[in-house]
Design a protein around this ligand. Structure first.
Ligand SMILES: [Zn+2]
Length: 253
């Protein structure tokens, strides 16, 4: 079931296998391609991981890395926080991230909502504690636009930026998911080629392209978010380039 691909996916994804390896290996610092990392993906809401970061999660878990997910809210904007929390655990399980590696916060000052501004220093403090307790050595999060422009996504990025500025030895490495234009966002697997082209202009230690060899797994993960799994999100996951490819850029502060 999982290996079934549409003819379009077959024609675009499969011939990329050699390029994939070259670009994926570049995700890690020089000489560290084989070292297993303790990685923390920081997201704002349940479903961010499946809608936007699934190529990254699938790649990292397939390489035996220890992936943790920190979700800053329960996504309670519509009063479905408790349900969405459970759905996130199920989605993570389908992406091979166990419940013990998923933490979902329900902090009064970090509630889901476009108009809720989250404190950067509070975010930095929480993430710092998580780094210490899980011995994290690599962070992944949204970039300053946050894929959709959602305020909570952008605040998570700013919180990590603050944390990096406060970390004097730069002992922690952080990467951001590069937001793409509207046209590219809905170009599905076609964006793999554009992403490869864009990343080729940058040094491999600064930007990398992670291609999803199993887009159906992203679809199945998103389907675990039953309360959100309505027609337009099904369309989004089918046509979104974030289902097929993630471009990550190292955050320099
Ligand atoms: Zn979100």
């Amino acid at each position: 079931m999982e290996n079934r691909k549409t003819p379009l996916q077959k024609s675009i994804v499969l011939p990329l296998s050699e390029i994939k390896i070259r670009y994926m290996a570049a995700f890690f610092s020089e000489g560290e391609a084989v070292r297993k990392r303790n990685i923390l993906l920081v997201i704002a809401h349940p479903d961010d991981e499946s809608m936007f970061f699934s190529p990254t999660i699938l790649y990292l878990t397939s390489q035996g890395n220890n992936v943790h997910i920190l979700c800053m809210s329960t996504g309670n904007a519509d009063g479905k926080g408790d349900t969405r929390k459970e759905e996130l655990y199920q989605a993570c399980a389908s992406l091979k991230v166990g419940p013990e590696q998923v933490k979902i916060l329900d902090h009064p000052d970090l509630q889901d909502g476009f108009n809720h501004i989250w404190s950067q220093s509070l975010l930095a403090e929480i993430i710092k504690k998580e780094i210490a307790s899980q011995a994290i050595d690599l962070l992944i999060t949204f970039d300053c636009y946050g894929v959709s422009g959602h305020q909570n996504h952008r605040d998570v990025h700013l919180g990590i930026q603050m944390l990096l500025l406060e970390t004097p030895q730069r002992s922690i490495e952080a990467w951001e998911l590069v937001s793409v234009s509207m046209l590219r966002k809905y170009s599905g697997p076609v964006d793999i080629w554009l992403s490869l082209l864009c990343t080729s202009c940058y040094p491999k230690q600064q930007m990398c392209c992670l291609i999803n060899g199993h887009p159906r797994k992203s679809f199945l993960a998103m389907a675990q978010h039953e309360s959100q799994w309505i027609w337009f999100r099904k369309l989004f996951v089918s046509f979104s380039s974030y289902t097929y490819v993630n471009v990550l850029k190292k955050i320099d502060v």
